[in-house]
Design a protein around this ligand. Structure first.
Ligand SMILES: [Zn+2]
Ligand SMILES: [Zn+2]
Ligand SMILES: [Zn+2]
Length: 637
């Protein structure tokens, strides 16, 4: 492939502006008209005999450290502020823009696309517009060996020059054709290196050709850098989107289509249609599909002059905040479409970025901020809306309302008895200028009610205290609370009442406790007496169980009684032991006399055997030991 059209440095360029010879590429062919940036870069790498495309990319984008950055170039859009492309090729950025999607994007946005987060990468606004894979016409490549920018668009499917389908696949290795890669060669398959000019030619069906004819003319128009869609004023600070949106609205109204119908056709939300027509930010592809639905071409769109009347009309108040004018009530007919006449602005608050609206169909008042969010926070109604309010209510109703308000009834009660909404009641206080009076009356009523509640509670508590003091029961907060029908915290709001109750309870409780103690002591004494009369061993548990107490509680609450019980128990225990010893001694004596009668010698073993006792008894019964000693030593004598 031989290039005749080499670029020659202009002789006029000043010496100091001249770059060093090593800063520019030795071989700098002009881009073809309609060539894409990625194709041009591949071509440059090829004619300058770089080892690989990645070597070339590292030369023009030295800041790129990883090879996958190459994929940034697939969008046919300037990235990284062009890198060193302008220096290396000695082409101006304005010239280079013709190789990219910038003219297309520029029609709808200002270049470069900047958001509040900074520069927007092309991957954010070009998806669905630019194809991420390559498609080529082999016949075109045979005629002129360069990659066309228009092939890079997703919606382009055929070559209109040769009436053939664009090839998306390598016929040898069956791989999808890729745009760029580290070892990519110009006009070759990146996988098997087959020459793309050898790809098969498949003719396109007629209906596809017809459709593509219109579509490609449209896209060519958008890619052309010299035309604009709208005429902007000379100041140049006007946003093209606003004017474009207005044109869209005009065209839609010409076709007598509602916003809702358009949103349905495009499969987008009503809000997005409204945003587009208002010139706010919407995805780029919406513009393309919207125009498609209006079935006119972009050149016709660009040529369209909006009638002066229409432009003026759009500035009328009924078109202000059109996108906010839909009713929040789901059942309302104005919920699903914007209405300039059925939903009216009551007040606009630009400093707070919100406006009050009234839906005339369902009479709902609502507030929206400029972003369309419904503000549900309770707020004061606009004072000037009184005329509107009075239109709906009769004089009798207003009189009744006033009367109730000045009595200090709560807004809830009033709303309930009037059958209104509580917010309506509040609005009336404001419009009737009664707000302060009503609030005062309501506060008065609340104080009175509180007082009444306190007195009622006092008499209740008094009655409960009386009935409790007749009973053999301690008076506690818990008891009183239960009697009142609440928990122990029933009286926490009335500290004075609690104080009074404590005074009353103190005497009563002391008496009750004393009585309870005496009763308990009598019971314990009885038990001890019974125990003393019996020969049954007992523990402290046996005793406390009989008075329905645990040992711990008994020991803690009645220490004196506990000592008494312990003394009685140890006394009882000693008595039982003595009885036992006596019984054993008797047994031993009997056994000894039996042995003596039989003439058996007296030994410990013989005595134990005869008495049926075990040896260890002598350990616990010293008296038994003494007796045995006497018996055995008596025999020895
Ligand atoms: Zn072709
Ligand atoms: Zn291949
Ligand atoms: Zn409504």
């Amino acid at each position: 492939m031989v290039e005749q059209n080499f670029q020659v440095d202009s002789l006029e360029s000043k010496a100091q502006d001249k770059p060093w010879f090593f800063e520019v590429l030795p071989c700098r062919p002009w881009p073809y008209s309609g060539e894409c940036l990625s194709g041009y870069l591949l071509r440059l790498a090829h004619v300058n005999e770089f080892n690989s495309f990645w070597d070339f990319i590292q030369d023009i984008f030295p800041m790129w450290s990883v090879a996958n950055r190459i994929s940034n170039l697939r969008w046919e859009y300037p990235v990284y502020n062009w890198g060193l492309i302008p220096l290396r090729t000695q082409l101006s950025t304005d010239y280079l823009k013709k190789l990219t999607m910038v003219p297309l994007v520029n029609k709808f946005r200002s270049f470069p696309v900047v958001t509040r987060h900074g520069l927007l990468p092309p991957s954010r606004f070009l998806p669905n517009i630019v194809d991420l894979n390559l498609q080529v016409c082999p016949l075109c490549l045979q005629e002129q060996p360069f990659l066309r920018l228009i092939w890079r668009l997703t919606s382009v499917q055929v070559c209109l020059q040769h009436d053939c389908l664009l090839q998306k696949q390598c016929s040898r290795c069956k791989a999808r054709l890729t745009v760029l890669g580290t070892r990519h060669r110009h006009l070759h398959c990146s996988v098997c290196d087959m020459d793309l000019r050898m790809l098969p030619v498949v003719m396109a069906p007629d209906y596809v050709l017809m459709k593509q004819n219109i579509q490609q003319a449209n896209l060519q128009f958008l890619l052309s850098p010299d035309v604009t869609l709208v005429k902007l004023s000379d100041q140049g600070n006007e946003d093209p989107r606003r004017a474009i949106g207005l044109k869209f609205r005009y065209l839609r109204l010409q076709k007598e289509q509602s916003m809702t119908a358009m949103a349905l056709q495009l499969g987008v939300s009503l809000w997005q249609i409204s945003e587009l027509e208002l010139g706010n930010h919407v995805p780029l592809r919406f513009y393309l599909s919207y125009l498609d639905k209006l079935s006119i071409s972009w050149s016709e769109f660009a040529a369209l002059e909006l009638p002066h009347d229409f432009v003026q009309e759009q500035k009328q108040p009924q078109y202000k905040y059109m996108n906010l004018r839909y009713c929040p009530t789901k059942e309302c007919p104005n919920h699903y479409s914007f209405s300039g006449t059925r939903v009216i602005i009551l007040q606009d608050l630009p400093h707070r970025k919100k406006a009050y609206f009234l839906c005339k169909d369902c009479n709902r008042h609502f507030t929206r901020d400029y972003n369309g969010n419904l503000i549900t926070k309770r707020c004061k109604a606009p004072r000037h809306s009184h005329k509107l309010l009075f239109r709906h209510k009769s004089a009798e109703e207003i009189a009744r309302l006033k009367e109730m308000g000045l009595c200090g009834k709560s807004n809830y009660q009033i709303a309930h008895s009037m059958g209104w909404d509580r917010r309506t009641v509040i609005k009336y206080w404001i419009t009737l200028d009664l707000e302060e009076k009503v609030l005062k009356a309501q506060a008065q009523r609340r104080i009175q009610e509180k007082q009444d509640r306190y007195l009622a509670r006092c008499s209740q508590v008094e009655a409960i205290l009386n009935s409790l003091s007749d009973q053999e029961e301690e008076i506690t907060l818990c008891h009183v609370g239960h009697r009142l029908g609440f928990g122990p915290s029933a009286l926490r709001k009335y500290p004075k009442l609690i104080e009074h109750m404590k005074q009353v309870a103190q005497q009563h409780n002391l008496y009750i406790r004393h009585r309870r103690y005496e009763l308990l002591m009598a019971k314990i004494r009885n038990i001890i007496k019974e125990m003393e009369n019996s020969n049954v061993a007992m523990s402290i548990q046996d005793i406390t169980r009989q008075v329905c107490l645990t040992v711990t509680k008994f020991r803690r609450n009645y220490p004196e009684l506990c000592t008494m019980v312990r003394q009685a128990l140890s006394k009882h225990k000693a008595k039982l032991k003595l009885l036992h010893t006596n019984k054993l001694c008797l047994q031993v004596n009997e056994a000894a006399s039996r042995l003596a009668a039989q003439g058996v010698p007296m030994t410990y073993k013989a005595i134990f055997m005869e008495a049926g006792l075990q040896r260890h008894y002598i350990k616990y019964h010293p008296a038994l030991r003494n007796l045995l000693q006497q018996l055995v030593s008596g025999r020895k004598k």
